[in-house]
Structure formats: structure tokens, C-alpha cells
Design a protein around this ligand. Structure first.
Ligand code: ARG
Ligand code: GLU
Length: 720
């Protein structure tokens, strides 16, 4: 009997451990779906303490930062934490050669020294409402996708107007489960957000692109801001008279650390995941789309690197651009490897087989779902060339810097061609272009762009079906006998846009009739040629298929839910607030290798000793390390924690998200995922997928000991 019992216990333990804790849950639905499970894993909060509309809750301390990241309040004076890479462009905007805050860091000594950032906003969630019934009222099964869309939009508009009438709030309604449900999010924007502090890039971006998406990681990826409000504690545009925002709630900080297996949860804004795709879609992405985009970006990165290698000026000019291009490039490669490694396509096919067997049992099911996969396959085979073309056009337009720059001049042409041109508006536009041009040429190295142009257009010509190519391709082929280098050479020679001086002269002496010079410019023609071809010939066809796919996906998700009535389905990420939970945990990246869950300052020094540029650090950090001057921030064994990983299911947009322990206390700031787990955007795997967090103790140690900004630490609420 004892043997049986212990056997059962083992089974139960094993079963509860192997349950995939995947998913990103809507905070207002925690009780319905996961609160019990979270508590079983160790959480000591109620769902109501995480999200409530009746009293203040943790959600009041979480914000959207700058439209693409997450941030959290950590004091009753509006102090806000996010990632260094989320604050990067703001930090850069305050940097000059004399005061290079990216390189040296920045710390405001007092509130007066905090730096204003026009245009930067943080957004707090007021409440979430299920508006499915209102939005889908009168929507019939046999409606065309177009009719459905129109009706849905009409309903959303009226629900939103009603909700925010006479308030300063804004409403955003989004489809969930491919439009089977709709939720409305009521938000409040704060527009006076000031920069308080940032570590030097040698800490905030330690390891640069070499370590990006990688574990073991040693990056202190954080920056510090402060939210300001008017005298009534309400949002206001920047003003000297504004005062620090006093929030309903801020995160309390734990310095006690964590151990293997400890419960953690992440509260933030994941951007997009696609867990419900059929096998044919995964095949298209991993076999056609990602490889095309990876190949194009490899060419761009190789060209940049060649010029950056031996030239410090170019190295600086192109550092941010290189990072931008390489971030997704590296992620896509990780996704492809991960999809392959976990046999994702086979797993999808197996699921589809089981689903079909279930469908075959009843004729009513057959009617609804019988032809789903055939229809998916059919549409995916039709849409693939267009999605591939889309990839080529996006990458080409995005990566040829001058093509993108040329698009800025469109508005000037439009204003100038008006029958009765408005001189004031034109002057304004010229002023804007002057600024844009100044910024553009500061970080522009023409030979790189010229080589990129030749390489990308050549690839487009070689790899895209003939009838999807833009007309201008034929001109290049005829006139230059397919010599793309020759073409690019002449293009950059003939265009006035490639010369800083010529652009300046042009803007200085601008008269409305000169808009012709813009229209005649060969780079503008190239830019328009690419753009218009995509808009007129690629996009309309693929959006027709997209509409059909939307409708199929909606039916499919409904079918999957009926097929697995006991499974908890989480909605795909759509940049709305979510809770995801998991455990502190290492993983096995490859055969015979085991990764621990925590890194320490020891590892920073190890990497630094390699002498590589990506791992340079300031002497001050070395000194603190030698003296072991870690204060109250060290691990129990005396080492200094830097980063840790856990099995929380996160995605792009979760950067800056608070990582919390079982008591809801802040233990770190989320900033990345492990490379072997990036396929979680399409299929999560519990033994491989990890989120990467910078330990809050490292953040505080850097503020306190490295930057002597202990007044900021004093502002926070630290629990023992
Ligand atoms: N991979 C992280 C994310 O997707 C960090 C990117 C910024 N860092 C970099 N080295 N490019 O945003
Ligand atoms: N660095 C990513 C971001 O900016 C987070 C990493 C990810 O999970 O994709 O959101």
C-alpha cells in the first residue's frame, strides 16, 4: 500500500510539474482561468490584488512605455523602471559629443536635473471590458467578411464613444481569438515623462549584439524615468509647474532573491504571438518567409560590418542601425531552429489528424469544420508568393536608407502641387526636412547604402516571380544589362538626395515649382516604383486572401475549443496587458550542456577578460567587484546576481515588464528571451522557453554603488 501511495505521489508530482505553464492571460479573467493554478504553484496573492476595478491593484503600477515597451512604477513619486533598450532613443536624444549619456550614463542629481522628453508618453490601464455581445450584435454567419468588418467597426466606434465620453480617457477595442471575442481597454496617457537615470551602455547594453537573445546573459538592461502630473495629480503636457505623479499603487521591491523552482509572474504588454496557425502556415513561414528575410538581412549586415570593421566613425554611425536590423534577423534564425527541434510541424499535423477524426464523428461537425484544412492549404499555397513578395518589398524599402529618406519629401511635393499653395505650411515642412536631413546625414555613409541597394535589388530580381516584379526592374535589366552595381552607382551619382550639400542647397532655395526636381529624382522614382508596385499589385491580392484566412482562423479556433473542452485556451498576444507565470528554472540548450538559472558579476568579468569590444566595462565596476562592495544587494553566498531566467511565456513588447515573486514583490525587469526558445511566438515548449530578467538587486546595486544615486533607492519601498 505504501508503495502504491508513493507511486501515486510521484505521478501527481510529475504530472503537475510537466503541465505546460504556457499562456498570457487577460488580467480581468484570472479567476476564470488560472488563479487557482497560480496559487497551487506558490502565489500568495489573490486575483483581485493583481487586477481590480474596485480598488487599487498591481495593474495600476504597470504602464505602456513609449508605445512598444512595458514599464513599472516603483515609488510614490512616479519613479518608473524600464529597459535601457526601451529608453535608448530618449537617452541618445539628450546625448552630445561632450555629454555622451549613452557611453557614460546619466544620473539626475535632483528632480530639477531630470530631462523632459516631448513626445514620450506612458499609458496606464483604467479597466478592461468584455464587449463581445455589443460588438457582434447582428453579425450573421453568412455575412461576407467585408460586411462583418464594417458592422463590427460601427459597433466598436459607438461602444468606445460611449465609454470615454466626457472623460480624459481613451478606448481601444481589440479582437481576441480571431474575432470570436472583443475586449475594450480604457487607458489614460501621461505626457510628461522625464529621464532620471541610465547606466552606461557598457552596463545597459553589455554584450551588445553578440549576447542579444542569448543566455547566459550579463546585461544591466534598465533605465529610470519619472512620471509628472499637474497640481491635481492629473495628466498634463510638459510644464515646469508639473509635480511628480503620486500613483494609486507602486511596486514593492524584494531583495531576498529566489531559488530554483520559485514561482514568478510577469505583468506586461506582449505584442504578438500566433499559436493557432495550421501546419501549412508554419511551413510557409519557416521555409519561405523567414529564410528570405534572413538572407536579405545577412547581406545588409555583412555590408555594414565590412565598413564598420576598420573605421571607428562608421562603427558609431551604424551601431544602432546594425542592432535594429540584426535583432529580428537573429530571432528568426532562433525560431526556425526551435520549430525544427521541437518538431512543431509534425505536432501540428498530429493535432490536425486528431481534430479531423473528431470532426468525422458527427455530420454537424463535418458541416462546420470538414473542409477547414483543405481551405487553409489552398489559401496558403495561393498567398505564399504574395507573402514572399511582401517580405522582399518590406526589406528593400526598409533597408535602402535613401529610399526611406526619399519618402520624407512626398509631403512637400503634395503641398507644392496644390492649386493655391499655403506658403506657411510649406515653410514648416521645409524646416522639418532640414532637421530630418541633418539627422539623416549625421549617421549616413553613402557607399554602404549604395552596396546595399545593388545587393537587395539583385536579390529581388533573382528570387521573385517575374510577374510580381516592379516595372522598373525591366528598365534596370535592359539599360544596365543586369549590372546592379553599375545601376546603383549611377543612381547615387544622379540623385541630389545622396548629397548633404545638394539637399541643403535645395531646401535653402526652395520654390514651389522646384517640386519637379524631387519628382524627377531617380531615387524618388525608385522609392515610388517599389512602394506603388507593392501597394497596387501585391497588397490588394494578399489582403483578399488575408480576409479569407481571418474567417477560417475564427472558425478554426472555435472548433479547437469545442474539440478540447477541458483545455484552457489563452488568446494570442495583441499588445494588451497580460499576466504570464512560471518558475525560476535553467534549461538544456544542447546535448550534454546544462544552463543554470542565474548569472553573477563573476561572469561579467569573465567575458571582459576576453578583451572583446562588446564586453568592455568601466573601471569603477571592476573596482566594486574587487572590493566585493555589494552592500545589501548580494546573494547569500556573497556573489552579486546579474540576470536570471524563468519559464514565463513572454514576447516582444514584454521588454521592461515587472517580474514578480509569489508575494507580488518586484524581483527583476524582463528584457529578453533565450535564443533556443524564441519559437514560443508560434509554439511554446516548457523545457526550452525562458524569459531573461535583470535582477532588481543588480539594478539597485548599479544605482547605489556604481552611480551614487542612492537617493533613488531611498525613494523605493523595499520589503525584507
Ligand atoms: N532582443 C531584445 C528585444 O527583442 C533586445 C534588443 C535590443 N538589444 C540589442 N542588442 N539589439 O528587444
Ligand atoms: N527584447 C524584447 C522586447 O523589446 C523582449 C524579448 C522578447 O521576448 O521578444 O520586447
Amino acid at each position: 500500500m505504501r508503495r502504491v501511495v508513493s507511486f501515486l505521489i510521484i505521478i501527481i508530482l510529475f504530472a503537475s510539474q510537466s503541465i505546460a505553464k504556457e499562456g498570457m492571460w487577460v488580467p480581468s479573467l484570472l479567476n476564470k482561468f488560472v488563479a487557482k493554478d497560480m496559487r497551487q504553484m506558490g502565489m500568495r496573492l489573490t486575483a483581485d490584488e493583481i487586477y481590480s476595478i474596485n480598488h487599487s491593484s498591481l495593474k495600476d503600477a504597470v504602464a505602456i512605455f513609449g508605445g512598444g515597451c512595458t514599464a513599472e512604477l516603483v515609488s510614490d513619486q512616479g519613479l518608473l523602471l524600464t529597459n535601457h533598450h526601451c529608453g535608448y532613443s530618449t537617452i541618445q536624444s539628450h546625448s552630445t559629443v561632450e555629454n555622451d549619456y549613452l557611453t557614460d550614463g546619466f544620473w539626475a542629481g535632483s528632480k530639477e536635473e531630470e530631462l523632459a522628453n516631448p513626445g514620450l508618453e506612458v499609458t496606464f490601464l483604467v479597466r478592461i471590458e468584455d464587449v463581445t455581445d455589443e460588438v457582434l450584435k447582428g453579425v450573421e454567419k453568412d455575412m461576407s467578411e467585408k460586411e462583418r468588418k464594417a458592422l463590427v467597426k460601427e459597433h466598436i466606434d459607438s461602444v468606445e464613444n460611449e465609454a470615454v465620453k466626457d472623460t480624459r480617457y481613451k478606448a481601444v477595442t481589440k479582437p481576441f481569438y480571431y474575432g470570436n471575442e472583443y475586449y475594450m481597454f480604457i487607458y489614460e496617457d501621461y505626457k510628461d515623462v522625464r529621464l532620471v537615470g541610465a547606466p552606461p551602455s557598457s552596463i545597459g547594453k553589455f554584450g551588445r549584439d553578440t549576447d542579444n537573445w542569448m543566455w547566459p546573459r550579463h546585461t544591466g538592461d534598465f533605465s529610470v524615468f519619472r512620471v509628472y502630473a499637474d497640481e491635481n495629480n492629473e495628466p498634463a503636457e510638459y510644464s515646469e509647474d508639473n509635480v511628480p505623479y503620486n500613483p494609486k499603487q507602486h511596486m514593492k521591491i524584494s531583495l531576498s532573491g529566489y531559488e530554483k523552482g520559485d514561482f514568478t509572474f510577469v505583468f506586461g504588454y506582449p505584442g504578438s504571438t500566433q499559436q493557432f496557425l495550421p501546419a501549412s502556415a508554419i511551413k510557409m513561414k519557416t521555409e519561405k518567409i523567414f529564410p528570405a528575410r534572413i538572407d536579405l538581412r545577412t547581406q545588409v549586415l555583412d555590408i555594414m560590418e565590412k565598413y564598420m570593421e576598420n573605421n571607428d566613425k562608421i562603427k558609431l554611425q551604424y551601431a544602432a542601425k546594425y542592432a535594429g536590423v540584426s535583432n529580428s534577423w537573429k530571432k528568426w534564425q532562433g525560431i526556425n531552429l526551435g520549430i525544427d527541434r521541437i518538431n512543431a510541424i509534425e505536432k501540428k499535423k498530429k493535432l490536425q489528424q486528431n481534430f479531423n477524426d473528431w470532426v468525422a464523428q458527427k455530420s454537424s461537425r463535418q458541416q462546420k469544420y470538414g473542409s477547414l484544412y483543405d481551405e487553409f492549404d489552398d489559401i496558403y499555397s495561393k498567398i505564399t508568393p504574395y507573402r514572399k513578395a511582401r517580405a522582399y518589398f518590406i526589406e528593400t524599402i526598409y533597408n535602402i536608407e535613401l529610399v526611406r529618406f526619399a519618402r520624407n519629401f512626398q509631403k512637400l511635393v503634395k503641398l507644392s502641387k496644390k492649386e493655391d499653395p499655403d506658403q506657411e505650411k510649406i515653410d514648416e515642412e521645409i524646416e522639418k526636412l532640414r532637421k530630418q536631413s541633418k539627422n539623416f546625414f549625421e549617421d549616413y555613409h553613402m557607399p554602404i547604402d549604395r552596396e546595399v541597394t545593388a545587393a537587395l535589388l539583385k536579390s529581388l530580381y533573382q528570387h521573385l516571380e517575374f510577374d510580381l516584379q516592379p516595372d522598373l526592374m525591366q528598365e534596370i535589366i535592359k539599360e544596365y544589362e543586369s549590372d546592379f552595381e553599375e545601376y546603383a552607382h549611377e543612381l547615387f551619382e544622379d540623385s541630389f538626395l545622396s548629397s548633404r550639400q545638394e539637399v541643403k542647397d535645395f531646401l535653402d532655395g526652395y520654390k514651389t515649382r522646384k517640386h519637379r526636381k524631387i519628382e524627377k529624382d531617380p531615387v524618388v522614382k525608385l522609392s515610388n516604383g517599389l512602394y506603388e508596385h507593392y501597394r497596387d499589385n501585391i497588397s490588394p491580392v494578399s489582403s483578399q486572401y488575408d480576409r479569407k484566412l481571418d474567417s477560417l482562423q475564427r472558425i478554426y479556433v472555435r472548433g479547437l475549443k469545442a474539440f478540447q473542452p477541458d483545455k484552457r485556451f489563452y488568446p494570442d498576444a495583441n499588445f494588451t496587458l497580460r499576466v504570464t507565470y512560471g518558475q525560476v528554472k535553467g534549461y538544456e540548450p544542447k546535448d550534454a550542456v546544462d544552463y543554470e538559472y542565474q548569472t553573477t558579476l563573476e561572469g561579467v568579468m569573465e567575458k571582459n577578460r576576453k578583451g572583446k569590444r562588446d564586453y568592455r566595462i568601466k573601471d569603477k565596476l571592476k573596482d566594486l567587484y574587487k572590493e566585493k562592495n555589494y552592500g545589501k544587494y548580494a546573494n547569500e553566498d556573497g556573489s552579486m546576481p546579474v540576470c536570471f531566467i524563468a519559464s514565463n511565456h513572454t514576447s516582444g513588447g514584454n521588454s521592461g515588464s515587472p517580474v514578480l515573486n509569489a508575494n507580488g514583490h518586484l524581483i527583476g525587469i524582463n528584457f529578453d528571451r533565450n535564443w533556443e526558445g524564441t519559437m514560443s511566438d508560434l509554439m511554446y515548449n516548457p523545457s526550452l522557453c525562458r524569459n531573461i530578467t535583470v535582477d532588481i538587486r543588480y539594478v539597485l546595486f548599479i544605482m547605489d554603488k556604481f552611480a551614487d544615486a542612492d537617493h533613488l533607492v531611498d525613494e523605493m519601498t523595499i520589503v525584507e
